[in-house]
Ligand binder design. Sequence first.
Ligand SMILES: *[C@@H]1O[C@H](CO)[C@@H](O)[C@H](O)[C@H]1NC(C)=O
Ligand SMILES: *[C@@H]1O[C@H](CO)[C@@H](O)[C@H](O)[C@H]1NC(C)=O
Ligand SMILES: *[C@@H]1O[C@H](CO)[C@@H](O)[C@H](O)[C@H]1NC(C)=O
Ligand SMILES: *[C@@H]1O[C@H](CO)[C@@H](O)[C@H](O)[C@H]1NC(C)=O
Length: 568
Amino acid sequence: MSAAASLLLASLLSLAAAGPAFHTFIVQESHSSTPQGFTKVGPADDATTLNLRIALASSNFAGLEKALYDVSTPSSSSYGNHLSKDEVNAFLAPTAEATAAVQAWLDSHGLSATKSSSAGDWLSLSVPVSKANQMFAAQYETFEHNASGKTVARTLSYSLPAEVADHIAAVHPATTFNNPAGSLKPVLSIPKAPSSPTANLSSDATPSSCATSITPACLQSLYGIPTTPATESSNSIVVSGFIEQFANKADLTSFLKKFRTDISSSTTFALQTLDGGSNPQSASQAGVEANLDIQYTVGVATGVPVVFVSVGEDFNDGDLEGFLDIVNFLSAEDQVPQVMTTSYGENETDMSKALAFKLCEAYAAFGARGTSVLFASGDGGVEGGQAQTCSVYQAAFPSGCPFLTSVGSVHGISPETGSTFSSGGFSNYWGVADYQSSAVSAFLTAQGSTNKGLFNASGRGYPDISAQGENVQIFSGGRSGGVDGTSCSSPIFASVIGLINDRLVAAGNSPLGFLNPWLYANPSMLNDVTTGSNPGCGAKGFTARAGWDPVTGLGTPNFAKMLTAAGL
Ligand SMILES: *[C@@H]1O[C@H](CO)[C@@H](O)[C@H](O)[C@H]1NC(C)=O
Ligand SMILES: *[C@@H]1O[C@H](CO)[C@@H](O)[C@H](O)[C@H]1NC(C)=O
Ligand SMILES: *[C@@H]1O[C@H](CO)[C@@H](O)[C@H](O)[C@H]1NC(C)=O
Ligand SMILES: *[C@@H]1O[C@H](CO)[C@@H](O)[C@H](O)[C@H]1NC(C)=O
């Protein structure tokens, strides 16, 4: 037999053996009815373009998780030996078999996808609704988000062919019904009438005024945060920006002129953009959230380089893809930032579990590289990211992900007290993390039967830590005023970590990286907050008490003690 004939025979055989490919579908995720807060409008137009994200299963996430704990646990001999991009990507990358199977499936639809993460575990492609319906045996429909009036294309169920089902970890957009208008906006109490930039501020920040109005001087005094400038240019804090919230430089200058007279008022931040992001500077486009986040990093982490990453809305319909894109964008860099702070979030229950797990893997990867990932816990108390109607306590996303640090809010100075809006509780998606299991079980024991049946006692508990978050003074659009929210607390805590990292790097040490094992191993370096509660869902919520609690976590920063715990 000639070589050509035998090849032909072999390929005929393999066709016969494979049978009709990609026709046996396995349901991946589904909803029995339209999720709360959305109304079905009708079938999505066949021609509507869907910007799909397809997550491939990582070849060895368990290996990455072990490596993450090895480099983040102070008692480990590998503590601080953060991984390189290539080392992390080797764990995250899909297997060759997975890549080939998914490629064959896309080929069968005449499609090709773009890799959208440096490890190759995320693919992006644009397809019409009609094609997505075939690919996923789905029925994409148009749903209106009641609160914002925005419409999104989603499906109540999606399936994958048997050949790729084990290789694909998540698909988006599909069954995730997240808030398309973004979330975790701070509550702003700016005077209604325009005022001059320096008018109507509380008098100079003395410690007694800090009981009701927070400025950088208050935080320096309360937490012992130094005013001496950082020295290390390689050490940075990333502030993430979404949903066209822009950080205004003139507002930052006004803020520094008023609150940081000891440093140059021209101190500023760097800008990075992705997904068509920008940072226009007209006063009318100044975003309260972005200004808050920038003013309480540049204005508190004195001298630490701050980078505002403005994520645009190309190829994404809200903050969810933004969460994914920013972490994949930064992870693709050879040098990752040492801290990333984010003041946006979702309801955990609105997220597809598969998508939530895959996004959480990206935070583990970032932590393994040496980045401290901080998120505001949410502003809905036990009601989740934001206040809502509920009969059982709601978890906030991504705070339930165990590979990031969730920051709650406190107010007052003697003593500091948990804020009623401080989101906290227990995840329904992730179990309690090892690093926190004794702290969480001590809380559960102390709480006794209170809140029984309202929360998941086996879940990961959050927040991990807290910081001031009420009547925090900012400038926005040329006006000044106070804002409330865990949105304030995350950048404040991020600044403390940025300043500690500066000293670690100056001493030739590694930055802190993933914080939680270090935090729970050193609870006494934090100011334990033992008053306050976060009521909601028609119940009393959780109560702050000695030790960790799901209102204030382990407590607020004590800079000197944290430095000591960091070995400085
Ligand atoms: C959303 O709006 C629809 C139609 O107006 C209504 O039937 C539904 O109850 C609303 N859902 C919520 C959660 O408000
Ligand atoms: C701001 O100052 C003006 C003039 O002193 C005063 O009338 C007004 O009540 C003040 N507004 C606030 C919010 O304190
Ligand atoms: C959480 O869910 C509630 C009820 O569906 C909704 O009103 C709220 O906007 C959601 N919050 C976020 C942050 O998406
Ligand atoms: C409770 O949390 C665990 C994770 O620890 C999860 O597996 C379980 O499904 C959750 N229970 C409910 C009712 O959501």
